[in-house]
Design a protein around this ligand. Structure first.
Ligand code: UDP
Length: 506
């Protein structure tokens, strides 16, 4: 049997921060168990994550980052547009072009693998990278599919499809998710799969097929919070399923200041300055506000949020990336004097913030989050209660999990994705009064707030315990590595490093 250091895993994330960040974590976790790991992505995404990967290599982990060229301009994309956050703000057709350019990475991926001296033991493909499936089938490489939303969300979407709900209800018609382990009420607009949109039928079908033919499924979650949903999903699909997260709670992340600060890409602010600012604040007094890497609020909605933060009277750090691109937002912060008025207790990060550094500081006591799954896991594993403000995709399910199932969140009051808000509403769903009230509820002294804080600390301890030796996620990871090496051996690959030749297939 091959020793673990002879095993080579190839990891293929989707080109989006919310997918690459946890995939880099997974790469580090696998490499820490012995196998060699290569993350394959495009040049822009590689550059963003190079420092983290180099840091892990310097620490002795057998980890590589390989760049595959994206033929963006051939698909009508501007040169250098290689990540989902760069597509936001353009017309919807740009996203379709972006995905077709990504699908075209299959050729370069196959060339890269064929040029390797030894066959990889396994390819871990993002569920949103189904174009990897035919490549693995051609080369005879075991393939696992990794989901980056919660198991709650995947199961909810599966139940809706299995019961034909999506075909028979209108966009905004509320329904209870059928066959689901807990009561969950949503509508088509708030519970829909990643590619379940008109115009993306091929991508959607490819993703379903790639999952159905995968050798197993991975989730960035842990059994302590999602065991029921994981087991139900594994049973529904008849697949071996591993939960290896929350990856952000691994000791290599928790104990490494540079990894935390440079997560995803270098921060647009001096991390030392943020830490000293937080050092000067009382324990659990600060609200951290972030909408992740993609979501952009309208200027009008941002103005309501700003007024609510101001009225709350509490200290806050606000990662406000819109200030980089939206002149109306800069006017609100500068000309209309918001930043000057709150300067004694509000710190604005105009761009990318060192989010995990901030959330892990003891001065932070609340997280106003858009409920992206990574931000959700970061809040859960760092014991920070959440003020939930979902905007799209799986985020409404993360909100239901945080508030209704785990009891560590307060709702802001958002009902539907912003794109469904009538034009005259200018994207506003949450008023300044709603913000002020929700902050008081989350950060105040009421018994419910105290119970939420206690629950958040308990879950954080469970999350950390899952990631260390003997913990459920650590066991799932080691089991996964044994499973794929055995699978690869059974398929007769162990002593045959040769890949099927391209010529033989013609
Ligand atoms: N993030 C960060 N700084 C920022 C914004 C986001 O470090 O200013 C990180 C955040 O910690 C998380 C990821 O980017 O790991 C965003 O993923 P998530 O699933 O929360 O949301 P998405 O961006 O995919 O909507």
């Amino acid at each position: 049997m091959a020793t673990s250091s002879e095993l080579h895993f190839v990891l293929v994330p989707l080109a989006a921060q919310g997918h690459i960040i946890p995939m880099v974590d997974v790469a580090r976790l696998i490499a820490a168990c012995g196998p060699r790991v290569t993350i394959v992505t495009t040049p822009v995404n590689a550059a963003r994550n190079r420092a983290t990967v180099d840091g892990a290599r310097t620490a002795g982990l057998p980890l590589d980052l390989v760049e595959l060229p994206l033929s963006g301009p051939r698909h009508g994309l501007p040169e250098g547009m290689e990540a989902v956050d760069q597509v936001i703000g353009h017309e919807p057709a740009m996203y379709i072009k972006f995905l077709s350019a990504i699908w075209d990475l299959a050729g370069p991926l196959e060339e890269y693998i064929r040029a390797l001296p030894r066959r990889p033991v396994c390819l871990v493909a993002d569920a949103s990278s189904p174009w990897t499936a035919p490549v693995c089938a051609r080369l005879g490489i075991p393939r696992l599919v990794m989901h980056f939303p919660s198991a709650y969300f995947q199961l909810a979407v599966h139940c809706l499809t299995a019961h034909g709900v999506h075909d028979r209800v209108d966009e905004m018609e509320p329904f209870e998710v059928p066959g689901f382990p807990v009561r969950a009420v949503g509508c088509k607009a708030t519970v829909r799969g990643f590619f379940q949109y008109p115009g993306l039928e091929k991508e959607h079908q490819d993703a379903l097929d790639a999952e159905a033919t995968a050798d197993g499924l991975l989730f960035n979650t842990f059994r302590g919070i999602e065991g029921t949903f994981l087991d139900a999903y594994a049973a529904a699909l008849g697949k071996t399923t591993w939960a290896v997260g929350p990856t952000c709670a691994s000791s290599s992340m928790v104990d490494d200041a540079d990894s935390k600060a440079g997560r995803g890409k270098p921060a647009d602010v001096d991390t030392g300055h943020i830490v000293s600012w937080l050092d000067a604040r009382q324990q659990a007094s600060v609200l951290y506000v972030s909408f992740g890497s993609i979501t952009q609020l309208t200027a009008k909605q941002l103005a309501e949020l700003a007024r609510g933060l101001e009225a709350s009277g509490r200290p806050f750090v606000w990662a406000i990336k819109e200030a980089k691109t939206d002149a109306a937002v800069r006017a609100l912060l500068d000309d209309e004097g918001f930043e000057a008025r709150v300067k004694d207790r509000g710190l604005l990060v105009r761009g990318w913030a060192p989010q995990v550094t901030i959330l892990s500081h003891p001065a932070v006591g609340g997280f106003l989050t858009h409920c992206g799954w990574n931000g959700t896991l970061e809040a859960l594993s760092l014991g920070v209660p959440a003020l939930t403000w979902p905007t799209i995709a799986d985020q409404f399910c993360s909100e239901m999990l945080l508030v209704d199932v785990l009891g560590v969140g307060v709702r802001s009051g958002v009902k539907i994705p912003a794109m469904y808000v009538p034009k005259e509403g200018e994207g506003v769903q949450v008023t300044s009064g709603d913000v002020e009230k929700a902050i008081a509820e989350l950060m105040g002294d009421e018994p419910e707030a105290a119970a939420r804080r206690t629950k958040a600390k308990e879950i954080a301890a469970e999350a950390r315990a899952a990631m260390v030796e003997g913990g459920s996620s650590h066991s799932d990871l080691t089991d996964l590595i044994s499973y794929v090496s055995e699978l690869s051996r059974k398929r007769g690959h162990e002593n045959s490093t040769a890949l099927p030749s391209a010529a033989a297939e013609l």
